[in-house]
Ligand binder design. Structure first.
Ligand code: SOE
Length: 382
């Protein structure tokens, strides 16, 4: 066995995110020199049969069907929350009180009030905490952050981002239940704002600093859907689409758009940043590339460059293959775990912490309030 210290993971939820996180725990020590080794101790879910199947497939040692029992277990060091948004706060607050480290899926909470209670709980308990905003850890996105932080773009004037999908266009799609809880406001809190724009906002705050004020509009295109749990046709209360303008603290202007009704787009997350000296742009469908325009280039060859982010001196890449060979979506979660375990070794927190994710929540809340009130809203500072 390696000299790495074990960290016993108890994961709550065995859906899509349960799989991405489990894959990350399993892969991380194969590729990254970190002082800790995740041990897949227990998976928790309401269906015992599904939890058992998940445990067998991914190699979890045991199964729980009540998250309270999982949190009470002495042999669990870290609780990983992969459940619908309306359960994050209760589980995280109990886990913090039990002294567990917490890795929570995004968005942090249903709203700021819940999020603030979660921040208070982890800060009072002094436990390591992080939220899985995974796109920060696409090497090209991390490189974008590094270039901006190094001042290469100079003063930033514009930030624009989109996250476009099309999977809810069918009016026959029900809301609620496994897989479709994202359409049910009672489980998700909001629609594209908390699910998709939250990613865009997290990246934006990291790359370009705080957002002070927002002006938003939302729309729910399909007003009623059958609810999987009740069997009745019920009003749809989530936002199917949301667009907002904002002002950043650094003086730059922001433009954000998200929808699940952009036919032809499955998960098109893009952002562009325009600075006085240079601009950059990134696209999830071509995630290993960063587009970069540097005005300092000789005018005869000046133009947009497509940087293939695979060299060993680029973020995270020296741990993978050889220059020229790219990585993908699942690796962003491996990077998150690698950073989390490395930070445990030094005592540093892993960004985004609950507090940093609360800042994203504050923007989401202001966006939804602004759309409701049809006026500019100030973002509550965190
Ligand atoms: C929704 O379709 C979803 O799966 C989000 O929940 C994820 O956070 C996003 O990364 C991809 O789209």
């Amino acid at each position: 066995m390696s000299g790495k210290k074990p960290i016993n993971i108890g994961i709550v939820g065995y859906g899509f995110m349960g799989r991405t996180h489990s894959n990350a725990y399993k892969r991380v020590c194969d590729f990254f020199d970190v002082p800790y080794r995740p041990v897949l101790k227990a998976v928790c879910g309401r269906s015992e049969a599904q939890a058992k199947e998940f445990a067998e497939r991914w190699g979890y040692e045991s199964v729980e069907t009540d998250w309270r029992a999982l949190v009470a277990r002495k042999d669990i060091d870290a609780i990983d929350i992969c459940t619908p948004n309306n359960t994050h706060a209760e589980i995280a607050i109990a886990a913090a009180a039990a002294g567990k480290m917490i890795l929570c899926e995004k968005p942090l909470a249903m709203n700021m009030v819940e999020g603030q209670a979660m921040v208070d709980a982890v800060e009072k308990a002094g436990v390591p905490n992080t939220v899985w905003y995974n796109y920060r850890r696409v090497p090209a996105v991390t490189l974008a952050q590094n270039l901006i932080a190094a001042g290469r773009l100079g003063k930033i004037y514009h930030y624009r981002a989109q996250f476009l999908q099309d999977w809810t266009i069918s009016t026959d799609l029900p809301q609620g239940g496994t897989g479709l809880w994202r359409l049910d406001a009672a489980a998700a809190g909001s629609g594209v704002t908390g699910d998709l724009l939250a990613h865009c906002i997290d990246t934006a705050l990291w790359l370009n600093g705080a957002i002070n004020s927002v002006s938003a509009m939302t729309e729910t295109f399909v007003k009623e859907r059958k609810h999987t749990l009740t069997g009745k046709v019920e009003p749809v209360k989530i936002d199917d689409a949301c667009a907002f303008l904002c002002r950043f603290e650094n003086g730059s202007l922001g433009l954000f758009e998200s929808t699940r009704y952009a036919r032809g787009h499955k998960a098109l997350y893009t952002f562009e940043v325009n600075g006085e000296k240079a601009s950059l742009r990134w696209d999830l469908h071509d995630l290993h590339r960063l587009q970069y325009f540097d005005h300092a280039d000789d005018s005869l060859v000046r133009g947009w460059k497509s940087i293939h982010v695979t060299d060993g001196d680029m973020p995270y890449m020296k741990s993978w293959w050889v220059p020229g060979l790219q990585i993908g979506y699942e690796h962003t979660f491996v990077h998150h775990v690698a950073d989390f375990l490395a930070n445990l070794g030094t005592g540093a927190q892993t960004s985004p912490t609950f507090r940093e994710a609360l800042a994203t929540q504050a923007v989401c809340d202001a966006v939804l309030d602004s759309a409701d009130a049809r006026k500019w809203e100030t973002v509550v500072p965190v």
